[in-house]
Design a protein around this ligand. Structure first.
Ligand SMILES: Nc1ncnc2c1ncn2[C@@H]1O[C@H](COP(=O)(O)OP(=O)(O)OP(=O)(O)O)[C@@H](O)[C@H]1O
Ligand SMILES: [Mg+2]
Length: 385
């Protein structure tokens, strides 16, 4: 059977009727989807792409990798890097999507699993919205299909009464489906995916029919290996996935680069002032995060206690963006230590008792003694008092 479309197709152009469930023109959205935000890059890549494309892919695997890692096209179009990290990881992830195995992106919080999943779906299928958010309460219907009960009662089970899940729609269209936080989904519900991924079919016994996936269908799942491990995936399901682990940024330079890029993009969408080149505060925030996360100072000399919360790149991005907003609204638009200090404290001190001790000790033994960090030390002292 083919799946009834209850939601307008993405890429349908200017949707002006923006009721619930309708897609808004990208320019109006608070956060446009990747395929809209980077539509010009995707179009330029498609135009320049002369490598073979798997069935229903918008781009060749090579062009998808360029979209993620950045580059310059023969016509001069600059593709901004979305993911900063080892090229091989991206190549393996993209290639997996062209095979019969699904892709599992695994990693500690804030390693861009969700971000990479969205951009992969946007580049491969031109649609990153076929998304199931995994929670402890995710029901089977969210992965298979549900019913429009008014119609079901009035007409009995029919195709028109069936409400397809994002996964079902992806199967029907040969597109990329996404499942976020797979390991938070109860095990029996997760196992719904086994038939879908191995048989590439989704039976609808109520109608005596099935939805067979067409070529181009695949699935990207993300899972956090901090809250609950990947061991919570049944081995039967795990075998259907190729696992790619996203690492924390390898060097401080990479992490500063990631934070600066994302803050710049976020700042632009929030209409905040542009960040001056090479701003010192980003480097400091990243240094503090890395040292506390690693439990040792950058020079390797002093051992440190680590706070209870996660200090990922994602938190560093929030601290700097928050600081930039403070500087814009209450300062002179220049990012200063006093703008990031409060955000930093909030990120580090999650547990008011234990983390505060860790922070104070770090502040007095490391920050205070560091050359050129006096103003930063003072700002942190002020908010920590
Ligand atoms: N290596 C990286 N390259 C580019 N951006 C990165 C990188 N690492 C982190 N980020 C940025 O960090 C932010 C958070 O990433 P994301 O939400 O995808 O993390 P996550 O791994 O899904 O975390 P969680 O486990 O909490 O869901 C994104 O804005 C992303 O751009
Ligand atoms: Mg995520």
């Amino acid at each position: 059977m083919t799946v009834p479309e209850t939601i307008p197709q993405p890429g349908a152009g200017a949707v002006t009727d923006t009721g619930p469930g309708r897609r808004r023109p990208a320019a109006e959205a608070l956060r446009p989807h990747a395929e809209d935000a980077f539509a010009h890059e995707l179009a330029a890549l498609a135009a320049a792409d002369d490598h073979p494309r798997p069935a229903r892919w918008r781009l060749s695997p090579r062009a998808v990798a360029t979209y993620l890692l950045g580059g310059t096209l023969p016509d001069g179009t600059v593709i901004t890097p979305k993911y900063v990290g080892p090229r091989r990881i991206v190549e393996v992830a993209v290639t997996t999507l062209a095979t019969d195995r699904a892709l599992l992106l695994l990693g500690v919080p804030g390693t861009a699993k969700t971000w990479v999943s969205e951009h992969l779906a946007a580049a491969v299928s031109g649609d990153s919205t076929l998304l199931v958010q995994g929670t402890a309460g995710t029901p089977e219907e969210a992965i298979r299909y549900g019913w429009n009960y008014a119609r079901l009662l009035a007409e009995g089970p029919s195709r028109a009464a069936l409400v397809p899940s994002p996964v079902m729609r992806a199967m029907d269209r040969g597109a990329t489906a996404r499942v976020e936080e797979l390991t938070r989904i109860p095990a029996d519900v997760q196992d719904t995916l086994i038939t879908i991924l191995s048989e590439k079919t989704l039976p609808v016994p109520e109608l005596g029919e099935e939805v067979q996936a067409v070529p181009g269908f695949n699935l990207i799942a993300t899972a956090n290996d901090r809250d609950r491990g990947v061991n919570d995936l049944s081995s039967a399901l795990r075998r259907r996935f190729n696992t790619v682990v996203l690492p924390l940024p390898a060097s401080p330079e990479d992490e500063v680069d990631i934070v600066a890029r994302r803050v710049e993009q976020l700042g632009r969408s929030l209409e905040l002032p542009a960040l001056p080149e090479g701003v010192e505060e980003i480097r400091r925030v990243v240094t503090v995060f890395r040292e506390l996360r690693d439990g040792v100072t950058a020079d390797g000399r002093t051992r440190l206690k680590s706070p209870s919360g996660t200090l990922s790149t994602a938190e560093a991005i929030s601290v700097v963006t928050g600081g930039l907003a403070l500087a814009a609204h209450f300062g002179d638009g220049v990012l200063r230590p006093s703008d990031v200090a409060a955000g930093l404290l909030g990120a580090v001190v999650r547990d008011p008792a234990a983390d505060r001790v860790v922070w104070q000790e770090y502040l007095e033994t490391v920050v205070r003694e560091r050359d050129g960090w006096k103003d930063f030390y003072r700002a942190c002292r002020e908010v920590s008092a």
